[in-house]
Design a protein around this ligand. Structure first.
Ligand SMILES: [Zn+2]
Length: 196
């Protein structure tokens, strides 16, 4: 297991569970989700307790390793959120041939036992949200594996799947959705902490 140290909290973790950042010529840090971009990189663990303490000052600690680094935490958060959101969208698009789209299709898919990843828009109506949560709970009681993810609202899902209106979709869980789940968890943390 390749281990890296988080530049912010100094925890040593499996590098695949962390976010790699690389610096460009202007000193701006960029997220490198595939962890293959050339150039010197550093790692951020993305755990909630670590993120909660992040600020510009903590980023300045990087200037030893990266002279000239731009220590702007909120700008970095926006870049991270953009890249994560794009990655989630691309994965969902790749898997769309087998996706269940809309309330009826998703509810129907929840009746069979295939492990599912359910994408629920942040601005889904209260009735739909309750219906989805209840169905996921019921499925859990029946040992059906389900991961419920909140995704951006305001037409985001509709754009991903080329639909006019869409607040809920379901994908079969697979190796490909695993990365997407982690990306949504990270996005959720940034949002919960008010960074995006
Ligand atoms: Zn950390």
């Amino acid at each position: 297991m390749p281990v890296r140290t988080c530049f912010a909290c100094r925890a040593s973790l499996d590098k695949h569970a962390m976010l790699r950042l690389v610096m460009d010529e202007a000193g701006v840090l960029w997220p490198d989700l595939r962890q293959r971009a050339p150039g010197r990189g550093t790692y951020l663990c993305m755990r909630k307790a670590c993120l909660a303490r992040m600020n510009d000052k903590r980023m300045r600690a990087l200037s030893g390793k990266f002279p000239g680094v731009v220590a702007d935490w909120s700008a970095l958060c926006r870049r991270i959120a953009d890249v994560l959101t794009r990655q989630v969208r691309d994965t969902a698009r790749r898997l769309r041939a087998k996706a269940a789209l809309g309330r009826d299709a998703v509810m129907q898919r929840m009746w069979n036992n295939t492990p599912l990843v359910v994408l629920l828009a942040d601005d889904a109506g209260e009735a739909l949200r309750r219906q989805v949560h209840d169905a996921v709970e019921k499925r859990r009681a029946d040992a059906g594996r389900t991961i419920l993810l909140r995704v951006p609202g305001d037409g985001w899902l509709a754009g991903v799947f080329d639909r006019g209106l869409l607040s809920v979709a379901a994908l079969e869980a697979s190796g490909q959705t695993a990365g997407m789940v982690e990306n949504c968890v990270w996005l959720g943390r940034l949002k919960e902490l008010g960074y995006i």
